[in-house]
Write a protein that binds this ligand. Structure first.
Ligand SMILES: NC(=O)c1ccc[n+]([C@@H]2O[C@H](COP(=O)([O-])OP(=O)(O)OC[C@H]3O[C@@H](n4cnc5c(N)ncnc54)[C@H](O)[C@@H]3O)[C@@H](O)[C@H]2O)c1
Length: 473
């Protein structure tokens, strides 16, 4: 089929490359000229495993082209994907500006009957709105809209997007007419190898399904983080508890990793958008609001612990950060917990050095002009550091040379926001370990701690709270 994709970002580009690989003819349109120039010469604008190879192969095959103009891309198109960003507005609602601009461009473009497929995550009812807009000035001889809009939300995860697209768990097709559903089934046939992947439903249900999935994932993350906080308060080991949870088939094993909370370009913004939409139908969305509150608190807790460790004085303290992307295998730093932490540390006068295998450029752009020093290696940013904070569980951070780390740091504390290390291992090298997921909230009243001359470690405070026992490693 002839496919046009508007928006060559994480979703649009993966979609375009994988559809071309499956034999479709694809034109990707983007308004970012620099991005297009890079793509035409086989360079990716972001880090995504395996994608660069497919890009090169499909450029060479001639099945994948890049365009800056919707009008030039449209002749012969069987369907048009909209895969532009739908970021949060200040009130939390989804900003549909990009999407509507594309729809207006499409409406102004003379093209024959065609299908518009919305891949962007959009509030329920956006498909109705787009269909009305696209057909406004078109001849409606048949009584049916000539431009049909289908919802086809995307479920790929950055870092494994190619694998997710090639081998999807499910492909959701929200179509209000049988012809559109059949056309999408034809497009996706190469990916529906066992005939079990396609899920057909009406457009509104498909739009909502995307938000429902992200709401469930976010809720699971906040729930395990809240349970982790409770566990440490009660003197229970959350790792052991997670094993019990995972052993229950009704609960399942995924998304049960306590840590610093969710970030990235989807969960925070989609939750905010859903909460905002819920208000418009008079629903309080209590669970969604709690999920969001727990997540926001989780990020703040880490800064609170670091501050408490340094007895409230972060000015001049050298803090090294390992990991900037919101998760491993991507350079996406949108709503990354690391950036919030860095801003918090800088605000309090700390000196921050940071290293990430691929996300330093993106982080530097996102942070703007700051005194953060980005280092060439994990060890180099720890030279003379008073503490290290592990923020992203990249493979290269999983088994670092702890001996070298202990030697190059000035201090000894490793704040582990991802529950990656075993304290016993670190202690062998004279390092201390603070696992965010295994430590209770710091007490509001620090009066009992303030008179000390040596730094009060969360480990010590925690051990005291549990009669000298250490509830975490
Ligand atoms: N990133 C993910 O993991 C993911 C997963 C599932 C769904 N989604 C959803 O998919 C959508 C796209 O997300 P993304 O991460 O790919 O965004 P992105 O920011 O990486 O890419 C969007 C692209 O659209 C281009 N663009 C914006 N307006 C345009 C216009 N008017 N004309 C032409 N190009 C335009 C931008 O230049 C950019 O290249 C969002 O709604 C997002 O919520 C994202």
């Amino acid at each position: 089929m002839n496919v046009v994709i508007i928006g060559a970002g994480y979703v649009g580009l993966v979609t375009g490359c994988c559809l071309a690989e499956a034999g479709h003819r694809v034109v990707c349109v983007d308004h970012d000229a620099e991005k297009l120039a890079g793509l035409r010469s086989g360079r990716l604008p972001f880090h995504e495993p395996e994608l660069v190879t497919i890009l090169g192969e499909q450029l060479a095959s001639g099945r994948l082209l890049f365009e800056d103009s919707v009008a030039r891309a449209m002749p012969n198109a069987d369907l048009v994907f909209l895969a532009v960003g739908t970021p949060s507005q200040t009130d939390g609602s989804a900003n549909l500006e990009n999407l509507l601009r594309c729809a207006n461009e499409l409406a102004a473009t003379a093209f024959s009957d065609c299908m518009v497929v919305v891949k962007s995550t959009v509030p329920v009812g956006t498909g109705d709105r787009l269909e009305a807009l696209l057909n406004e000035n078109r001849d409606q001889h048949s009584g049916h809209p000539r431009i049909r809009v289908v919802s086809n939300p995307e479920f790929l995860a950055e870092g494994r997007a190619v694998q997710d697209f090639r081998h999807p768990d499910r492909i959701v097709i929200g179509a209000n007419d049988a012809g559109s559903a059949a056309a999408l089934a034809q497009l996706y046939a190469p990916f529906d190898v066992d005939g079990m992947r396609l899920m057909f439903m009406d457009r509104r249900s498909a739009e909502f399904a995307k938000y429902a999935c992200n709401a469930m994932l976010a809720a699971r993350i906040s729930m395990i983080n809240e349970l982790a906080g409770l566990a440490s308060g009660f003197g229970a080991d959350i790792e052991a508890v997670c094993g019990v949870l995972k052993g229950d088939p009704r609960i399942g094993g995924s998304y049960l990793h306590p840590g610093v909370g969710y970030g990235g370009s989807c969960l925070p913004k989609d939750l905010s958008a859903l909460i905002t939409c819920a208000k418009t139908i008079g629903e309080p969305a209590d669970m969604l609001c709690s999920t969001q509150r727990v997540n926001n608190r989780q990020g703040r807790r880490l800064l609170e612990f670091i501050r408490e460790y340094f007895r409230g004085e972060l000015r001049g303290k050298r803090i090294a950060i390992w990991g900037l992307s919101f998760k491993p295998a991507t350079d996406d730093v949108r709503a990354a917990p690391s950036l919030a932490l860095i801003r918090g540390l800088l605000n309090e006068g700390a000196l921050v050095s940071a290293y990430d295998p691929v996300a330093m450029k993106a982080a530097s752009l996102a942070l703007g002009a700051t005194p953060v020093v980005f280092g060439a290696s994990a060890m180099s940013v720890c030279e003379g550091a008073d503490a290290l904070v592990l923020m992203t569980e990249w493979d290269e951070f999983k088994a670092p040379d702890f001996k070298a780390l202990a030697m190059c740091m000035q201090g000894s504390m490793v704040f582990d926001a991802r529950n990656l290390y075993q304290g016993s291992m670190l202690r062998q090298y004279g390092l201390q370990h603070f696992a965010l997921a295994r430590c209770a909230r710091p007490k509001g009243d620090n009066a009992g701690l303030s008179g000390r001359t040596s730094p009060v470690r969360p480990e010590t405070a925690q051990a005291q709270a549990h009669g000298g026992e250490k509830p975490y490693s």
